[in-house]
Design a protein around this ligand. Structure first.
Ligand SMILES: [Zn+2]
Length: 62
């Protein structure tokens, strides 16, 4: 089916915008609202670490 082929082609082009890894190279790619922007789980981890260090470590939810 054309729909299936389209989905497979689309999946091949899913790349993390931060580290340029493809969907096959990471555990999870998270899509942005435009469905063409992605971030992988590894970059989310990196971002979380950066945010944590900027906030001076883990803090209770506000
Ligand atoms: Zn990434």
């Amino acid at each position: 089916m054309i729909g299936t082929l389209y989905r497979e082609a689309e999946a091949e082009h899913r790349v993390c915008l931060f580290c340029a890894k493809t969907a096959a190279e990471v555990a999870t790619l998270i899509a942005g609202p435009d469905r063409y922007s992605f971030i992988c789980d590894e970059c989310v981890d990196t971002c979380a670490r950066i945010l944590k260090s900027q906030r001076g470590g883990p803090s209770p939810a506000e």
